[in-house]
Ligand binder design. Structure first.
Ligand SMILES: *Cc1c(COP(=O)(O)O)cnc(C)c1O
Ligand SMILES: [Zn+2]
Length: 409
């Protein structure tokens, strides 16, 4: 009998035992996906899930982890708020805008959804060390979950290009942080090599187990809305998240929980947009960007490893890519904070910047139900805000001088 879940190559279709440690297909080298034997699911899935709180682990039966008592490494990930954004709607001339705030996760980004699954997996494989390359949030998240699991954590980060808030998280959780003189893509190439040579479990988004945790963003959106939205807008770096979310929606349709699927819209920063460029060429292959540059450091990636999965998501969902400039990203960041009380990091604000651009070009109908995923918390990168803000007023400690300022406004 087939196991409850197994690994499947997205290229040659080869199927593999989930107990093997594989990141890519041993036959053709393509990406792997985690698939399930639906005939082995309990019949009352809706009832079982309905009794659990909204979180990654509500969906245990569709995750590649056996719940051997007490082994799951959890910090309370998922269950994030889906905010209806009425003031933003008004600003953009739209009527049904929601923002899924992934900054509410334990370490402040959606990466926690993947790491709770990935680190639990590492433990069940009896690995003692985990490794990742990171633009910041992956290392912050992996460091925290590895700490909780008692695993050694090694992180490779591009020198001087990681936001301070993320760096201090990796440090305080006890990771061995190694700065690499090179960009993220170079760091990831080395992390992959190291995981092949040494017993180090790789937890970049190449890892299909990690992506399984991240697909729960789609599951939660459907639970929160009662159906799938018309469009989902996601910031794209390595393109693991947009692929994982799309997989989640497809599974929910297979399960009969939804009838319609959303269009997936990926947003990249102008200076780091290999997938958006490929989209403009008709998805004829991916040409890496040599020196990616953007204020949105979390998506400052020139050679996205999950590009093939992202292409599939775009094609199958009838979706598309859009790019936004750094100025548009920073404007969207302040707008979301000022209008909706949500403070997100620049990469996350790219989905809002994308929404604004698509609304003004009428690529979104005003009645469409749109969910923007904002991926990480604004406090991760406070410097960028201070650099933009006007100098603060300072006065003597007397009533009149303060009154004068307040009344002038
Ligand atoms: C990791 C990350 C992204 C990019 O996600 P991918 O899966 O690499 O496309 C976007 N925003 C934030 C805040 C992130 O941490
Ligand atoms: Zn293959």
């Amino acid at each position: 009998m087939r196991q409850r879940y197994y690994l499947k190559c997205i290229g040659c279709g080869g199927e593999y035992d989930p107990e093997r440690i594989l990141y890519t297909c041993p036959k053709c080298g393509d990406l792997l996906s985690c698939e399930y034997d639906y005939s082995r699911l309990p019949s009352d899935l809706r009832g079982i899930w309905g009794e659990r709180t909204l979180s990654v682990w509500r969906y245990l039966e569709m995750l590649p982890i056996e719940d051997r008592r007490g082994e799951i490494i959890s910090l309370g990930e998922g269950g994030t708020t889906l905010n209806r954004c009425r003031r933003l709607q008004k600003e953009f001339g739209l009527r049904n805008i929601y923002v899924k705030n992934e900054g509410e996760n334990p370490t402040g980004s959606f990466k926690d959804r993947g790491m709770t699954v990935g680190v639990t997996r590492a433990l069940q494989l009896n690995m003692e060390s985990v490794i990742c390359a990171s633009t910041g949030n992956t290392s912050a998240s992996l460091a925290a979950y590895a700490a909780k699991a008692g695993l050694t954590c090694i992180v490779l980060i591009p020198s001087g290009k990681v936001a301070l808030g993320k760096l201090v998280q990796a440090i305080i959780h006890g990771a061995r942080v190694i700065q690499v003189r090179g960009n993220f893509d170079a760091a990831l190439r080395i992390a992959r090599r190291l995981s092949e040579k040494h017993p180090l479990y790789l937890l970049n988004s190449l890892n299909p187990y990690r992506l399984e945790g991240q697909k729960t963003i789609a599951y939660e959106i459907v639970d929160q809305l009662g159906e799938a939205p018309d469009k989902v807008i996601v910031p794209v770096g390595n393109a693991g998240n947009i692929s994982a979310i799309w997989k989640g929606f497809k599974e929910l349709r297979t399960l009969g929980f939804i009838d319609n699927l959303p269009e997936m819209i990926g947003i990249q920063a102008e200076g780091a947009a290999p997938i958006a460029q490929a989209f403009r060429r008709g998805l004829d292959g991916m040409r890496p960007v040599e020196d990616p540059e953007t204020v949105a450091t979390a998506i400052r990636i020139g050679a996205p490893v999950n590009w093939k999965k992202a292409f599939q998501a775009l094609k199958e969902s009838n979706g598309f890519m859009e790019t936004v400039s750094d100025d548009e990203i920073l404007e969207a960041q302040s707008l979301l904070a000022a209008k909706e009380g949500l403070f997100v990091e620049p990469a996350s604000a790219s989905s809002i910047a994308g929404l604004r651009k698509l609304a003004s070009s009428k690529s979104i109908d005003k009645n469409e139900r749109v969910v923007c995923v904002v991926t990480g918390h604004g406090l991760k990168d406070p410097d960028i805000v201070l650099r933009q803000s006007p100098k603060m007023i300072e006065v003597d400690a007397d009533l009149e001088s303060i009154e004068r300022i307040i009344m002038i406004g």
